[in-house]
Design a protein around this ligand. Structure first.
Ligand code: IMP
Length: 425
């Protein structure tokens, strides 16, 4: 048996999809443990590109079972579309399961989120508008009881839950936002046809995980977003509404913490962020634009240009600690190929004091001054290199510096988007 958690070490978009797909080759079960269709995982197989939002990245290996765990939130419209797209490209999705306890993102969640973000104006969070926050808010409110995945197979139950929800939500829609009320019948009519399609994927997800653990299977828990978008550990309030950190894998999936053997923290060779919130090493000049262009840093889910900056050793070190990372997968190293020198942030200065881990109070983080060192670039393409010792000396030194800053060894280095462009250590 082996249990591995794949977790993003920055603000998401680290390349988790590619790494999970690679691990899935030797895995029996891949479980997504949090988030919903706000995620965007890109996997490239033989020059064919797949963009997954909900379905775990293991889905492209048909002998690997894939589960959306109870901690995720599922938009049935997106799920049906994603299954349809995969089936049209020859992937049956017979290996997909959805935990019936997962909460459902409904059209009213997306509607209310859009109204709320608009009303916030300059104070908006910059969410993906996928209804994630409102769906998790309903989950923690508990009453009126929100729709869960199992409810999608029962028309009268689904209709009743929608009516209960809209009795309350329409008060907000009408009186807070001055918009016309939503019709429960229309919402039901929109959801019921897809509910009938996707509800057959529902299982007792907790049992599936526990059986796999008892059966000594190889399991990968796939995180979405990243450590600093975590509701508790991230740069609150500019975070998502779930728990991307490794501990999140235990919530809602049936996994106890002592069963975890390995935590692979995905660390992009530089830093990006989408939406509002602090990004200490952001480069709004030419350097940031070069990273955006070479790294194709545009949101998979929203198409928004990502904010780009240099590797932040403080972020990486803090994330490794918060996740209990046992190893790193360093991604997109090839994006730095052209640079003559590469800035790396090795500490923060605040009020004359040096910090080597992040302050958790966001206002303090706004005040830090990143302290950089310049590492030499390698100025040659890395895309064809398959062994660590074949990397140019400067690239080896760069990888070693990341390992030092994180205090965790690298296990994988990605030097291009395809499965083959991966150095296994
Ligand atoms: P939400 O998850 O849609 O509520 O968005 C909250 C914040 O998380 C926003 O800043 C989003 O841009 C960010 N976010 C959510 N999902 C992702 C992701 O998969 N990658 C990067 N940022 C994300």
């Amino acid at each position: 048996m082996s249990v591995t958690v794949v977790v993003g070490g920055q603000w998401g978009d680290e390349g988790k999809g590619k790494i999970t797909d690679i691990l899935a080759a030797d895995t029996d079960l891949v479980v997504r443990y949090q988030g919903g269709s706000n995620a965007g995982h890109t996997v490239i197989v033989q020059a064919e590109e797949f963009k997954l939002h909900l379905i775990p990245s293991g889905i492209l290996r048909e002998d690997c079972m894939c589960l959306m765990g109870g901690g995720t939130v599922i938009d049935p419209l997106v799920l049906a579309e994603e299954i349809g797209n995969l089936q049209a490209r020859g992937y049956s999705c017979d290996n997909l399961r959805v935990s019936y306890t997962a909460h459902v993102v409904m059209p009213y969640h997306k509607h209310i989120e859009k109204l709320a973000e608009q009303a916030r104006g300059r104070d908006s969070i910059g969410t993906t508008l996928r209804g994630i926050g409102p769906a998790y808010t309903d989950k923690t409110r508990r009453m009126p009881r929100p729709v869960r995945f199992r409810d999608l197979s029962d028309a009268s139950q689904l209709r009743k839950l929608i009516e209960d929800q809209l009795t309350e939500k329409n008060i907000i829609v009408q009186h807070k936002y001055g918009q016309p009320p939503l019709s429960a019948e229309q919402v039901f009519e929109e959801i019921w046809p897809v509910a009938q399609k996707v509800s057959s994927y529902a299982v007792d997800g907790q049992r599936l995980v526990q059986d796999a653990l008892r059966g000594e299977r190889r399991i990968v828990f796939e995180g979405a977003q990243g450590t600093f978008l975590d509701l508790d550990c991230g740069t609150y309030p500019f975070v998502t509404s779930s728990h991307p950190v490794a501990a999140g894998a235990c919530l809602g999936t049936g996994l106890g913490p002592t069963a975890i053997d390995e935590v692979i923290m995905i660390c992009k060779a530089y830093t990006t962020r989408v939406g509002a919130g602090v990004l200490p090493t952001e480069d709004e000049g030419e350097g940031g634009q070069l990273l955006r262009d070479r790294g194709q840093e545009y949101g998979t889910t929203t198409g928004r240009p990502r904010r780009c900056g240099w590797l932040d050793g403080v972020v990486v070190r803090t994330a490794a600690m918060l996740n209990g990372a046992t190893c790193l997968a360093i991604t997109k190293l090839d994006v730095l190929d052209e640079l003559a020198t590469i800035p790396v942030c090795i500490g923060y200065e605040i009020d004359g004091v040096m910090l080597d881990t992040m302050p958790s109070w966001p206002d303090d983080l706004e005040k830090v001054r990143p302290v950089y060192e310049e590492l030499p670039g390698w100025q040659q393409p890395l895309g064809q290199i398959t062994a660590r010792e074949e990397l140019p000396a400067a690239a080896q030194a760069y990888v070693e510096r990341i390992e030092e800053l994180a205090a965790v060894p690298a296990k994988l280095i990605s030097v291009g988007p395809s499965r083959e462009q991966t150095i296994h250590i």
